[in-house]
Design a protein around this ligand. Structure first.
Ligand SMILES: C[C@](O)(C(=O)O)[C@H](CC(=O)O)C(=O)O
Length: 306
């Protein structure tokens, strides 16, 4: 087996008492902050990757290269923490989908989701989404399963449908059932708009585990982990929380720099040290571990300190 992350995520899914709460992260820094807070899973957001890496909206503009590279960076920070990654539409026909899935597996990802929008997709919480036919979606899932088999891997395959908006709940559920028949492990019904739909999906998809997507400013009512668990969800993602926090904090300090010509130091809890100073952030990102590793390997880079 190439990648043990999938097996770990499967064990988490098999725990009947567990709900897997995944903070969405868009880069190494947001992943580091969530790891510091002790999260046991991470979610790599495609929307956040588009916004953070490209400065562009979630409109299918990220390539497989952009997404796999970002997933590899995030998954590589702590191999004990399973990462679920957005794989959008799989980026093409069955050959391309299988190639992409292999690359996600080799990147060390534990689970990924593939959806039924057209390749020129958009965020699931925007209007005017277009879908591929149900048989095309099923072939994407089959190609994902084939890639997993080819690498003898355990990656968790999450089938996402965006069909609710234009086709209604029954067709969306039928698409998810077909995806499960094709080998998907978990289902993700995107863009639910009421608590009743949220409850129904879990009940009507039994025994397949369901993922719930909590997007601030999106169309789905927001519930906490306890409520999601009560509804029967096994995975909850908060894809944009880090992006939103980063955006709001950056905007505030950018305004300060622009209007005053400087940034005032913010002091930490001890009242003396600068909060969020360069050394603190490097420590978060493994400064001491890097120096320690260098020493253990008889490297000399940090003998005079760092
Ligand atoms: C989950 C999602 O696919 C993502 O890219 O994180 C997005 C989130 C978003 O754009 O609001 C989605 O729900 O489509």
């Amino acid at each position: 087996m190439v990648n043990k992350a999938g097996a770990k995520l499967r064990a988490q899914l098999a725990d009947p008492d567990r709900i897997i709460v995944c903070p969405g992260v868009q880069d190494g820094l947001s992943a580091r902050v969530c790891l510091q807070q002790g999260f046991e899973n991470l979610y790599m957001t495609g929307a956040g990757t588009a916004v953070s890496l490209l400065g562009m909206p979630d409109l299918g503009l990220t390539t497989a290269d952009d997404m796999v590279r970002n997933a590899a960076i995030i998954a590589g920070l702590d191999r004990t923490v399973p990462v679920i990654a957005d794989a959008d539409t799989g980026f093409g026909g069955p050959v391309m989908v299988a190639r992409s899935v292999e690359r996600y597996i080799l990147a060390g990802v534990a689970g990924l989701h593939i959806e039924d929008q057209v390749t020129t997709k958009r965020c699931g919480h925007l209007q005017g989404k277009e879908l591929v036919d149900a048989d095309v979606f099923a072939s994407r899932i089959r190609a994902t399963v084939a890639a997993r088999k080819r690498l003898d891997d355990d990656i968790v395959i999450i089938a996402r449908t965006d069909a609710l908006q234009s086709r209604g709940l029954d067709e969306a559920l039928a698409r998810l059932r077909a995806a499960v028949a094709a080998g998907a492990d978990v289902v993700f019904l995107e863009g639910m708009t009421t608590a009743d739909e949220m409850e129904q999906v879990v009940q009507r998809m039994v025994p397949t585990p369901c993922l719930l997507n909590m997007v601030a400013g999106g169309v789905t009512p927001l519930v906490d982990a306890q409520e999601a668990k009560r509804m029967g969800y096994k995975i909850v993602i908060w894809p944009l929380f880090a992006l939103t926090s980063t955006y709001l904090a950056l905007q505030k300090t950018a305004q300060e720099l622009k209007s005053t010509g400087a940034i005032k130091d913010r002091l930490g809890p001890d009242g003396k040290t600068v909060a969020g100073g360069v050394r603190e952030i490097f420590q978060l990102c493994g400064l001491s571990e890097c120096a320690e590793f260098d020493k253990e390997m008889s490297g000399k880079a940090f003998t005079d300190g760092v």
